[in-house]
Every structure is written in C-alpha cells, then in structure tokens.
Design a binder for this molecule. Structure first.
Ligand SMILES: Cc1cc2nc3c(=O)[nH]c(=O)nc-3n(C[C@H](O)[C@H](O)[C@H](O)COP(=O)(O)OP(=O)(O)OC[C@H]3O[C@@H](n4cnc5c(N)ncnc54)[C@H](O)[C@@H]3O)c2cc1C
Length: 233
C-alpha cells in the first residue's frame, strides 16, 4: 500500500442509478452512470453513500468497481444475504436517475507491473475487482493470467470471463466449488510460479487470511500478495 493508492480519496462525484439486476438468488449487479470524463484505475474501490433521512443506520458502503472506465459505467456486484441491510434494500430499489454519491475511487488492488504472471484468487463476490483487472488485461496476450474462481453456488460475471478466456489464450480459469479444490488449484499455481507472480486475493476477510496463510507456507513472499485488507463481505 503506497500513498499514491489513496490519491482518489478526496474526489467525490454524484452518479445516476441505472439499474440493479437480480442475477441469481441474492446476487445483484448494480449499474451507475459514470459522469463524463470520470477515470479510475481497474481494481480500485469507492465509498458509495445514499442521502436519505428515512434510511436508518450507516448510509454508506465500500464497493469495488467491477468495470473499467472504457465501459462507460460503474458496475458493482453484491449479495444481500438473507437479512438484507437497510442500505442494500434502498440501493437495489432505487429508481433510474436517483443519485448516489461516490467518494474515490482509490485503492491498491491494482496491477503492480507490466509483465509478471498473475494468479487471481476470487472467492464469491470477491470477484468484483478481478473482473475489472481482467477487462484491463483483455487484449494483453503476452502475460500469463490464471483465475481461480471459487463459489458454492453462482459465478458472477461468468459469461464475460468465459468470453475473455476463449479469446485470450494466455488466460486460464479454474472454477471451483469447495475449499479443498480452491486450495489445491492456487497451491499448484504457487508451486509453478513461486515468487515470480503476483497473487491477487479477494473475498471475505476470513477467506483472504486463510489464502495468505497457505501461500506463506508455500514460501510466497508477502510482497507478492495483493489484497484488500478490510473487505467486509
Ligand atoms: C475495499 C472494500 C471493497 C469492498 N467491495 C465490496 C463489493 O464489491 N461487494 C460487496 O458486496 N461488498 C464489498 N465490500 C463490503 C461492503 O462494504 C459491505 O461491508 C458488505 O457488502 C456488507 O454490507 P451489508 O450492508 O450487507 O451488511 P452490513 O450491514 O454492513 O453488515 C456487515 C456484516 O455484519 C453483519 N451484521 C450486521 N448487523 C449485525 C447484527 N446486528 N448482528 C450480527 N451481525 C450483524 C451482517 O450480516 C454482515 O455480514 C467491500 C469492502 C471494502 C472495505
């Protein structure tokens, strides 16, 4: 984490809500209109607030941005869980044109160099910042990218990922459903690439810690692991 990773924290923008798609059970993809000229580095996140006196509890949440600026919209991915929070209830029921305030984007879950192989480990909704990184790397056929994507039920953004993998021969995706298969998949990649790759780890705090511990046991240096330290989903 470097000072430059926080560069965007002072910036705010008002974004128009486009829609919230219920893509599977409690999974939602939310689209917001990116204001003209708005730029962000793929892999970053922002703080989204809803101004509403009636909204009880915390009126903001951090979300990773799943899209790139070239796509012209801010795409978010989330799960509501069984006990949906007041914030998410409000968010998924907004009307087209309603305003959401965004602080940022900023963050450190971004590309570190131009050439090292990348092992991306996306667990559940943790796939969101990885989708943006895959989009950024879409046309780069010189760089080995392996995605280990773990979910017990639904693989968000699966179509986009499959299209990318089909087009770009240097990309591979490993869909896994269990913890054991997840550990096996990224451990094999760690044994292959050792400290010559960057390992992007995204998921719940508990899942990130577990992956970090396993990679450490495989002698992967902390400086090769990139993760958002405070993910709350
Ligand atoms: C850098 C960063 C990026 C993130 N990116 C994403 C993203 O892309 N997508 C995403 O969905 N989330 C993301 N998050 C997490 C997000 O900010 C929220 O914390 C998360 O989605 C949960 O929000 P919520 O409104 O559902 O739950 P909250 O109301 O914020 O509650 C958080 C947790 O506490 C539990 N909880 C709440 N109240 C109680 C209670 N009274 N008793 C017991 N448990 C309780 C909830 O079940 C939930 O698991 C990110 C966080 C960070 C820091």
């Amino acid at each position: 984490m470097k000072l430059k990773d926080f560069k965007g924290i002072g910036k705010t923008a008002m974004l128009e809500f486009i829609d919230a798609k219920n893509v599977f059970e409690d999974y939602y993809e939310i689209s917001l209109q990116a204001s003209k000229g708005l730029k962000w580095v793929p892999g970053t996140h922002a703080i989204f607030s809803i101004k509403d006196k009636e909204l009880k509890g915390k009126k903001w949440r951090a979300f990773s941005i799943a899209s790139t600026a070239e796509e012209g919209l801010i795409l978010l991915g989330t799960r509501t869980g069984k006990n949906i929070s007041n914030f998410k209830k409000k968010l998924i029921n907004m009307s087209k044109g309603d305003l959401i305030k965004m602080r940022g984007p900023f963050g450190w879950f971004t590309l570190q160099d131009q050439e090292s192989p990348l092992v991306m480990i996306g667990m559940g909704v943790g796939i969101t910042p990885i989708r943006a990184l895959l989009k950024q790397l879409d046309n780069n056929t010189d760089r080995k990218v392996d995605l280990v994507y773990s979910s017990v039920d639904h693989f968000m953004f699966e179509d986009m990922i499959n299209e990318t993998v089909k087009r770009n021969k240097s990309f591979d995706v490993h869909y896994v459903y269990t913890i054991e298969d997840t550990v096996n998949a990224y451990s094999e990649l760690a044994k292959k690439h050792k400290n010559n790759a960057y390992y992007y780890i995204s998921g719940s705090q508990k899942a990130i810690k577990s992956v970090k511990d396993t990679l450490k046991k495989l002698d992967i240096k902390k400086s090769c692991m990139i993760f958002d330290p405070f993910l709350g989903y």
